[in-house]
Design a protein around this ligand. Sequence first.
Ligand SMILES: CCCCCCCCCCCCCCCC(=O)SCCNC(=O)CCNC(=O)[C@H](O)C(C)(C)COP(=O)(O)OP(=O)(O)OC[C@H]1O[C@@H](n2cnc3c(N)ncnc32)[C@H](O)[C@@H]1OP(=O)(O)O
Length: 185
Amino acid sequence: MKNSGEAWPPEGTEPVAAHPDAPGPGTKLGVHFSECFGCGDEQDGGLHMESTVGDGLTVKSQFTVTEAHQGAPGLAHGGLLACAFDEALGSVAGNLLRLPAVTGRLETDFRRPVPVGSTLFITATLDGMDGRKIYVSAEGRLDAEDGPVAVRARALFVTVEFDHFTTHGDPNAWKKMRDSNRVNP
Ligand SMILES: CCCCCCCCCCCCCCCC(=O)SCCNC(=O)CCNC(=O)[C@H](O)C(C)(C)COP(=O)(O)OP(=O)(O)OC[C@H]1O[C@@H](n2cnc3c(N)ncnc32)[C@H](O)[C@@H]1OP(=O)(O)O
Protein backbone atom coordinates (compact mmCIF):
# COMPACT_ATOMS: atom_id res chain seq x y z
CA MET A 1 0.00 0.00 0.00
CA LYS A 2 1.21 3.48 -0.75
CA ASN A 3 -0.70 5.36 1.90
CA SER A 4 2.13 6.10 4.30
CA GLY A 5 5.87 5.90 4.42
CA GLU A 6 5.81 3.00 6.89
CA ALA A 7 6.73 -0.46 5.64
CA TRP A 8 3.70 -2.74 5.40
CA PRO A 9 3.43 -5.18 6.98
CA PRO A 10 5.95 -3.95 9.56
CA GLU A 11 9.29 -5.62 10.11
CA GLY A 12 8.90 -8.69 12.31
CA THR A 13 5.63 -9.79 10.72
CA GLU A 14 5.63 -13.48 9.86
CA PRO A 15 3.65 -15.05 7.03
CA VAL A 16 0.69 -17.14 8.19
CA ALA A 17 -1.37 -20.01 6.85
CA ALA A 18 -5.11 -20.30 7.17
CA HIS A 19 -6.35 -22.39 10.11
CA PRO A 20 -7.02 -26.01 9.04
CA ASP A 21 -10.71 -25.50 9.88
CA ALA A 22 -10.99 -22.17 8.05
CA PRO A 23 -13.63 -22.01 5.33
CA GLY A 24 -12.17 -22.56 1.87
CA PRO A 25 -12.22 -20.36 -1.23
CA GLY A 26 -15.72 -19.79 -2.56
CA THR A 27 -17.39 -20.27 0.84
CA LYS A 28 -20.05 -17.66 1.45
CA LEU A 29 -19.61 -16.34 4.99
CA GLY A 30 -22.71 -15.79 7.02
CA VAL A 31 -23.47 -13.39 9.83
CA HIS A 32 -21.08 -13.67 12.79
CA PHE A 33 -23.48 -11.77 15.08
CA SER A 34 -27.00 -10.83 13.99
CA GLU A 35 -26.81 -7.38 15.64
CA CYS A 36 -23.39 -6.51 14.16
CA PHE A 37 -23.50 -3.11 12.45
CA GLY A 38 -21.33 -4.43 9.63
CA CYS A 39 -22.96 -7.73 8.72
CA GLY A 40 -25.93 -8.28 11.06
CA ASP A 41 -29.28 -9.08 9.49
CA GLU A 42 -31.17 -7.83 12.58
CA GLN A 43 -29.52 -4.40 12.45
CA ASP A 44 -31.91 -2.27 10.37
CA GLY A 45 -29.56 0.67 9.90
CA GLY A 46 -26.49 -1.49 9.41
CA LEU A 47 -24.30 -2.08 6.40
CA HIS A 48 -25.59 -5.62 5.68
CA MET A 49 -22.28 -6.65 4.18
CA GLU A 50 -21.87 -9.97 2.49
CA SER A 51 -18.56 -11.80 2.30
CA THR A 52 -17.07 -14.80 0.54
CA VAL A 53 -13.69 -16.42 1.03
CA GLY A 54 -11.42 -15.63 -1.91
CA ASP A 55 -8.27 -17.27 -3.23
CA GLY A 56 -5.14 -17.21 -1.12
CA LEU A 57 -5.53 -15.41 2.18
CA THR A 58 -8.38 -13.15 1.09
CA VAL A 59 -12.01 -12.43 1.81
CA LYS A 60 -14.18 -10.58 -0.69
CA SER A 61 -16.95 -8.39 0.69
CA GLN A 62 -19.59 -6.20 -0.88
CA PHE A 63 -21.15 -3.06 0.58
CA THR A 64 -23.98 -1.30 -1.24
CA VAL A 65 -24.33 2.36 -0.24
CA THR A 66 -27.87 3.52 0.53
CA GLU A 67 -29.35 6.86 1.53
CA ALA A 68 -28.95 5.75 5.16
CA HIS A 69 -25.17 5.92 4.67
CA GLN A 70 -24.86 9.48 3.36
CA GLY A 71 -22.46 12.13 4.59
CA ALA A 72 -22.85 14.75 1.86
CA PRO A 73 -25.98 14.55 -0.31
CA GLY A 74 -25.73 11.52 -2.52
CA LEU A 75 -22.33 10.43 -1.19
CA ALA A 76 -21.25 7.83 1.35
CA HIS A 77 -20.08 9.06 4.75
CA GLY A 78 -16.35 8.39 5.19
CA GLY A 79 -16.83 7.00 8.69
CA LEU A 80 -19.24 4.40 7.41
CA LEU A 81 -16.81 3.46 4.65
CA ALA A 82 -14.18 2.99 7.38
CA CYS A 83 -16.71 0.80 9.20
CA ALA A 84 -17.18 -1.32 6.08
CA PHE A 85 -13.43 -1.83 5.89
CA ASP A 86 -13.23 -2.66 9.62
CA GLU A 87 -15.79 -5.39 8.98
CA ALA A 88 -14.03 -6.72 5.88
CA LEU A 89 -10.62 -6.68 7.56
CA GLY A 90 -11.99 -8.29 10.74
CA SER A 91 -13.64 -10.94 8.64
CA VAL A 92 -10.43 -11.98 6.87
CA ALA A 93 -8.55 -12.08 10.20
CA GLY A 94 -11.25 -13.90 12.20
CA ASN A 95 -12.44 -16.35 9.59
CA LEU A 96 -9.08 -17.43 8.19
CA LEU A 97 -7.24 -17.63 11.52
CA ARG A 98 -10.23 -18.75 13.62
CA LEU A 99 -9.05 -16.47 16.42
CA PRO A 100 -11.02 -13.85 18.37
CA ALA A 101 -9.46 -10.46 17.64
CA VAL A 102 -10.33 -6.77 17.87
CA THR A 103 -9.26 -3.77 15.83
CA GLY A 104 -6.30 -1.99 17.42
CA ARG A 105 -5.57 0.41 14.58
CA LEU A 106 -7.36 1.19 11.31
CA GLU A 107 -6.11 3.47 8.53
CA THR A 108 -8.18 4.49 5.53
CA ASP A 109 -7.39 6.34 2.30
CA PHE A 110 -10.39 7.71 0.46
CA ARG A 111 -9.38 7.99 -3.20
CA ARG A 112 -12.71 8.54 -4.97
CA PRO A 113 -16.20 9.62 -3.91
CA VAL A 114 -18.56 6.68 -3.35
CA PRO A 115 -22.09 7.59 -4.50
CA VAL A 116 -25.36 6.35 -3.03
CA GLY A 117 -26.46 3.32 -5.06
CA SER A 118 -22.94 2.16 -5.79
CA THR A 119 -21.45 -1.08 -4.51
CA LEU A 120 -17.95 -1.34 -3.14
CA PHE A 121 -16.20 -4.58 -4.01
CA ILE A 122 -13.71 -5.02 -1.16
CA THR A 123 -10.85 -7.50 -1.19
CA ALA A 124 -9.22 -7.92 2.23
CA THR A 125 -5.94 -9.77 2.62
CA LEU A 126 -4.31 -11.40 5.64
CA ASP A 127 -0.76 -10.05 5.50
CA GLY A 128 0.78 -11.81 8.49
CA MET A 129 1.18 -11.96 12.28
CA ASP A 130 3.65 -10.92 14.93
CA GLY A 131 2.72 -12.51 18.24
CA ARG A 132 -0.85 -11.37 18.99
CA LYS A 133 -0.73 -8.75 16.23
CA ILE A 134 -2.52 -9.54 12.98
CA TYR A 135 -1.83 -7.34 9.95
CA VAL A 136 -4.49 -7.01 7.26
CA SER A 137 -5.06 -4.72 4.30
CA ALA A 138 -7.84 -4.12 1.79
CA GLU A 139 -8.92 -2.18 -1.24
CA GLY A 140 -12.43 -1.35 -2.39
CA ARG A 141 -13.33 -0.93 -6.05
CA LEU A 142 -16.39 0.85 -7.38
CA ASP A 143 -19.20 -1.21 -8.84
CA ALA A 144 -17.11 -4.11 -10.12
CA GLU A 145 -14.26 -6.34 -9.01
CA ASP A 146 -12.07 -4.55 -11.57
CA GLY A 147 -13.60 -1.11 -11.07
CA PRO A 148 -11.57 1.92 -10.04
CA VAL A 149 -10.11 1.87 -6.52
CA ALA A 150 -12.18 4.13 -4.25
CA VAL A 151 -10.83 3.25 -0.80
CA ARG A 152 -7.74 1.52 0.57
CA ALA A 153 -7.32 0.49 4.19
CA ARG A 154 -4.98 -1.38 6.44
CA ALA A 155 -5.33 -2.46 10.02
CA LEU A 156 -3.79 -4.08 13.04
CA PHE A 157 -6.03 -6.54 14.84
CA VAL A 158 -5.00 -7.90 18.23
CA THR A 159 -6.00 -11.36 19.38
CA VAL A 160 -7.91 -11.47 22.66
CA GLU A 161 -9.30 -14.09 24.99
CA PHE A 162 -13.03 -14.56 24.68
CA ASP A 163 -13.56 -12.98 28.10
CA HIS A 164 -12.68 -9.64 26.43
CA PHE A 165 -16.26 -9.65 25.13
CA THR A 166 -17.95 -10.90 28.28
CA THR A 167 -15.95 -8.63 30.62
CA HIS A 168 -16.10 -5.41 28.62
CA GLY A 169 -19.28 -6.03 26.67
CA ASP A 170 -22.41 -8.04 27.33
CA PRO A 171 -21.86 -10.78 29.94
CA ASN A 172 -24.04 -12.96 27.73
CA ALA A 173 -21.86 -12.19 24.69
CA TRP A 174 -20.85 -15.78 24.07
CA LYS A 175 -24.44 -17.07 24.17
CA LYS A 176 -25.71 -14.17 22.01
CA MET A 177 -23.03 -14.71 19.40
CA ARG A 178 -23.47 -18.45 19.39
CA ASP A 179 -27.24 -18.17 19.08
CA SER A 180 -27.10 -15.69 16.22
CA ASN A 181 -23.97 -16.97 14.46
CA ARG A 182 -24.70 -17.86 10.89
CA VAL A 183 -21.03 -18.04 9.77
CA ASN A 184 -20.60 -20.66 7.06
CA PRO A 185 -24.35 -21.47 6.92
C1 LIG B 1 -13.20 -17.39 17.08
C2 LIG B 1 -13.55 -17.75 15.65
C3 LIG B 1 -13.89 -16.57 14.82
C4 LIG B 1 -14.87 -16.86 13.70
C5 LIG B 1 -15.08 -15.76 12.72
C6 LIG B 1 -15.34 -14.44 13.28
C7 LIG B 1 -15.53 -13.37 12.25
C8 LIG B 1 -15.33 -12.07 12.92
C9 LIG B 1 -15.63 -10.92 12.05
C10 LIG B 1 -15.46 -9.71 12.89
C11 LIG B 1 -15.75 -8.49 12.05
C12 LIG B 1 -15.92 -7.33 12.96
C13 LIG B 1 -14.82 -6.33 12.80
C14 LIG B 1 -14.99 -5.22 13.74
C15 LIG B 1 -14.02 -5.36 14.88
C16 LIG B 1 -14.06 -4.35 15.83
O1 LIG B 1 -14.71 -3.24 15.59
S1 LIG B 1 -13.44 -4.51 17.42
C17 LIG B 1 -13.96 -3.04 18.27
C18 LIG B 1 -12.98 -1.91 18.20
N1 LIG B 1 -11.75 -2.23 18.91
C19 LIG B 1 -11.70 -2.22 20.25
O2 LIG B 1 -12.66 -1.96 20.95
C20 LIG B 1 -10.37 -2.56 20.85
C21 LIG B 1 -10.11 -1.71 22.08
N2 LIG B 1 -8.70 -1.91 22.51
C22 LIG B 1 -8.41 -2.89 23.37
O3 LIG B 1 -9.26 -3.61 23.87
C23 LIG B 1 -6.94 -3.10 23.68
O4 LIG B 1 -6.23 -1.91 23.44
C24 LIG B 1 -6.32 -4.25 22.83
C25 LIG B 1 -6.41 -3.95 21.32
C26 LIG B 1 -7.02 -5.59 23.12
C27 LIG B 1 -4.84 -4.39 23.16
O5 LIG B 1 -4.70 -4.38 24.58
P1 LIG B 1 -3.89 -5.51 25.36
O6 LIG B 1 -4.58 -6.81 25.24
O7 LIG B 1 -3.63 -4.99 26.73
O8 LIG B 1 -2.53 -5.67 24.55
P2 LIG B 1 -1.32 -4.65 24.35
O9 LIG B 1 -0.14 -5.25 25.01
O10 LIG B 1 -1.69 -3.23 24.66
O11 LIG B 1 -1.16 -4.74 22.74
C28 LIG B 1 -0.73 -5.95 22.14
C29 LIG B 1 0.26 -5.56 21.05
O12 LIG B 1 -0.48 -4.78 20.07
C30 LIG B 1 0.13 -3.50 19.92
N3 LIG B 1 -0.92 -2.51 19.74
C31 LIG B 1 -2.11 -2.43 20.36
N4 LIG B 1 -2.81 -1.37 19.90
C32 LIG B 1 -2.03 -0.78 18.98
C33 LIG B 1 -2.19 0.36 18.13
N5 LIG B 1 -3.30 1.09 18.15
N6 LIG B 1 -1.20 0.67 17.27
C34 LIG B 1 -0.07 -0.08 17.22
N7 LIG B 1 0.14 -1.18 18.01
C35 LIG B 1 -0.83 -1.50 18.87
C36 LIG B 1 0.89 -3.25 21.23
O13 LIG B 1 1.96 -2.35 21.03
C37 LIG B 1 1.39 -4.66 21.56
O14 LIG B 1 2.51 -4.93 20.73
P3 LIG B 1 3.72 -5.87 21.29
O15 LIG B 1 4.15 -5.26 22.58
O16 LIG B 1 3.13 -7.25 21.45
O17 LIG B 1 4.74 -5.80 20.19
